[in-house]
Design a protein around this ligand. Structure first.
Ligand code: CP3
Length: 357
């Protein structure tokens, strides 16, 4: 939580995205979109083809930098997010990870605590060296006004893939493990807190100017487990990152946290919160925006549908959140069926909304 909001009358110099995370209100608000690099862009599909596998794309710095830059060239977003995936952490810890065409991520699932003991924390930074090389290229090549975001998955979300062996509808295995053997599950979470903190610190040292932590599946827990497996690990990561780099802004995305977004705002020490699509904006403005910078939360399906419905929704979000520190974004990642021209329409509307007023 921020202790003091900045004066908004005299804008400071610097990248708009970073100024807003520092508590300023900037009009029009800076904009970027979760999963802005991806299959909805023909140029991404071409580079992806060239790379071979998805992980090869993540681990080839020139190509990963290229796909990071593609949406910046097309749309002039205010921030570029490193092209990688949250599952490079289990990969770096020694768990087998692959991406199956048309299916999604696959991992050879952890069977229990003995498998966790085989995870190799020591190899994390060396294994992820290509990611740091990507960031160094981007720090050099991005336009001067564009901020560079590094990211990682939150421990619970990453653990869920490690235990389930891929995406899951109900998280039965992962949740049952946490309920049956919280001590062993806690050890896995602790390994992930450590690996993720080191990884994020190294990203800052390679040129990331802000960090986002994705807890995409935070919304499936009762409150006590949400605190133990989502909020506390994220708070620990923020604390470790800030101990190494006090001024680097951190955004948390506890998707589905509902009213517990407020606890995250108060207790995690983050600079920004990314709101999922279901968070009511009047509530967010009153309860959260004085404490942290807000980011969000256009329904990604609005971007598929496009048209005047999209325009009206952009206006509604701006009206609700645009008078405080705010970053325009989606409530979840952009879908692969999104027409690229609807993204242009969004960015144009957002910036045009401030031309006449
Ligand atoms: O935002 C960006 O443009 C940066 C890159 C990025 C990717 N994944 C690239 C990607 C980021 C920030 C992520 C985060 C991520 N990955 C999350 C958290 C955010 C969220 O969406 O909830 C999660 C849960 C994952 C795990 C993951 N990776 C899944 C479930 C999938 C398959 C679903 C899908 O969209 O294909 C991936 C693959 C993936 N990660 C793709 C991209 C561009 C598509 C892979 C391809 O090109 O075939």
């Amino acid at each position: 939580m921020r202790t003091q909001a900045k004066n908004t009358d005299r804008p400071m110099a610097g990248k708009p995205f970073l100024r807003v995370l520092n508590g300023e209100t900037v009009k029009p608000p800076p904009v970027w979109l979760m999963r802005q690099a991806g299959r909805y862009l023909p140029e991404y599909r071409e580079t992806r083809e060239e790379a071979g596998s998805f992980l090869d794309l993540c681990y080839t710095p020139e190509l990963a930098a290229e796909v990071t830059l593609q949406p910046i060239r097309r749309y002039g977003f205010d921030a570029a997010i490193l092209f990688s995936d949250i599952l490079v952490i289990p990969d770096a810890l020694g768990q087998k990870v692959w991406f199956q065409e048309g299916v999604g991520p696959k991992l050879s699932p952890l069977a229990g605590p003995s498998d966790c003991r085989a995870l190799q924390l020591d190899a994390v930074e060396a294994h992820l060296a290509p990611v740091f090389a990507t960031l160094r290229i981007l720090a050099r090549e991005l336009p001067t006004e564009t901020a560079l975001i590094g990211f990682a998955g939150a421990p619970w979300t990453v653990a869920s893939y490690m235990i389930e062996g891929g995406s899951s509808r109900d998280f039965l295995r992962a949740k049952a493990w946490a309920y049956e053997d919280p001590e062993a599950f806690g050890q896995l979470i602790e390994v992930l807190v450590e690996a993720t903190s080191r990884y994020l610190i190294a990203q800052v040292e390679a040129g990331a100017e802000a960090l986002q932590v994705f807890d995409s599946w935070a919304g499936i827990w009762p409150e006590p487990e949400f605190r133990r497996w989502c909020l506390e690990p994220m708070a620990a990561i923020v604390q470790r990152v800030k101990a190494a780099h006090p001024s680097v802004p951190v955004i948390l995305f506890p998707r589905g946290a509902g009213p517990l977004y407020e606890d995250v705002a108060l207790e995690c020490g983050a600079d920004g919160l990314s709101l999922d699509t279901t968070v009511p904006l009047g509530w967010a403005r009153k309860r959260l925006q004085g404490k942290v910078t807000l980011q969000g939360n256009l329904d990604p399906v609005r971007l598929i549908a496009g048209g005047e419905g999209l325009d009206r929704e952009v206006e509604r979000i701006l009206k609700e959140l645009g008078e405080g520190p705010f970053v325009f974004n989606l409530g979840h990642g952009i879908d692969k069926s999104t027409p690229p021209e609807n993204v242009s329409r969004l960015v144009e509307r957002l910036r045009a909304a401030y031309v006449t007023s």
